[in-house]
Design a protein around this ligand. Structure first.
Ligand SMILES: Cc1ncc(COP(=O)(O)O)c(C=O)c1O
Length: 380
């Protein structure tokens, strides 16, 4: 089966009891046993639930993974991956990652004895240099939030595997439609399914996908032991979102490309970053590694927070809100929103200034979106 067919059908057989073509919301805590020590299939919904299984199988299929696990949020998925680490273990992470991931690394994992080294993710050799005997995991996000730097997954995977460590890729920004890191050498893919996978800004969720049975068993054990599972209704919403992932992503990207080209020519915009622009320093890598460029466009105004305030207040269609990946267009100010947990010094080091603005381009009529940006830029 190809991508869209899998998105609509994988893991989603018609309901055996009623014939419903849509997987029902199995809003149940527990399931009867057939006999002593013989569950009928499911026992208790923290350990497993049929609606969640359908979502896990569908996501695994789209990422070309053997195994999938769904979580109550992207951060819960990240935490579950990190559960395989022990005190004294070391992680090499790209420095350009979601602020919440950085917070989990530094404020939760480091106090428990796990060490982290951050490197420039755009340089594979930087990962090689940072490896230590205790290095167990390499964490990358590509394209990264919010400045859209890419990591060369194939090159980094080779380095990681020579060292006997495991490579984790946060694939939230491109979604499986535009990029499948397991096919390029990553060992684990992690998602905030809150974003493109669900796609309608109405559900928080996460996922972990892998081909490695040992990693899967360890993370599945933690999923049940720690219990950060999504409810059946949230799984159902994500499954419904997935059915239109391909058509949404195509429209998201068409709109994003047009907006990036508009912003790049605009005299008030200092710099526009979008992997689909030939001016992006890793445009060629994006073409080779991804099947499309995604729908996050980041740009720079040079007038600081005051100019950003005037800009966002003048917008009428773009909504000033956290998050990304929904059908509606959003504008975010990373310095005070997604990356507020970093110190100003940490932000400066990775290139986020007070004038950095991130757009999550939706699937509205692109003419309306460009008119909205044009009007706000004129008055800011
Ligand atoms: C790239 C990336 N990874 C992980 C997360 C965390 O996901 P969640 O908010 O679903 O916990 C986010 C959230 O914004 C994100 O953008």
């Amino acid at each position: 089966m190809r991508f869209s067919t899998k998105a609509i059908r994988a893991g989603q057989r018609p309901d055996p009891t009623t014939g419903s073509i849509i997987v029902p919301v199995y809003q149940a805590v527990n399931f009867v046993f057939d006999d002593v020590a013989r569950p009928h299939g499911f026992e208790y919904s923290r350990s497993g639930n049929p609606t969640r299984t359908a979502l896990e199988q569908c996501l695994a299929s789209l990422e070309e993974a053997r195994f999938g696990l769904a979580f109550g949020s992207g951060m819960a998925a990240t935490d579950a991956v990190l559960s395989i680490l022990r005190p004294g273990d070391h992680v090499v992470s790209a420095e350009h990652i979601y602020g919440g991931t950085f917070r989990l690394f530094e404020q939760v994992c480091r106090p428990r004895g796990v060490n982290f080294t951050y490197v420039d993710g755009t340089r594979p050799e930087a990962f090689a240099k940072a490896m230590q005997p205790a290095t167990k995991l390499i964490w990358v996000e590509t394209p990264a939030n919010p400045l859209l730097q890419l990591v060369d997954v194939r090159a980094v995977a080779e380095i990681v595997h020579d060292h006997g460590a495991k490579l984790v890729a946060d694939n939230t920004f491109p979604s499986p439609y535009f990029q499948r890191p397991l096919t390029q050498g990553a060992d684990i893919v992690m998602h905030s399914t809150t974003k493109y996978v669900s796609g309608h800004s109405d559900v928080i969720g996460g996922a972990v996908l892998t081909n490695d049975p040992l990693l899967h068993e360890a993370i599945k054990f933690y999923q049940n032991a720690a219990g950060a599972v999504p409810g059946p209704w949230d799984c159902w919403l994500s499954l419904r979102g997935l059915k239109t992932l391909a058509v949404r992503m195509r429209q998201h990207e068409t709109n994003a490309q047009a907006i990036a080209e508009f912003l790049e020519k605009h005299p008030k915009v200092e710099r526009t970053v979008y992997p689909g622009l030939p001016s992006h320093p890793q445009h060629e890598l994006a073409r080779a590694q991804m099947d499309g460029f995604g729908a996050i466009v980041t740009f720079q105004l040079d007038g600081g927070v005051e100019q950003v305030r005037r800009f966002v207040k003048a917008l009428k269609i773009f909504l000033f809100a956290e998050s990304l990946g929904g059908v509606e267009s959003l504008v975010c100010h990373p310095a005070t929103m997604s990356h507020a947990t970093l110190t100003p010094e940490e932000r400066r080091k990775i290139g986020i200034t007070d004038g950095t603005i991130r757009l999550s381009v939706g699937i509205e009529d692109v003419e309306d979106l460009i008119e909205d940006l044009d009007r706000a830029l004129r008055v800011c």
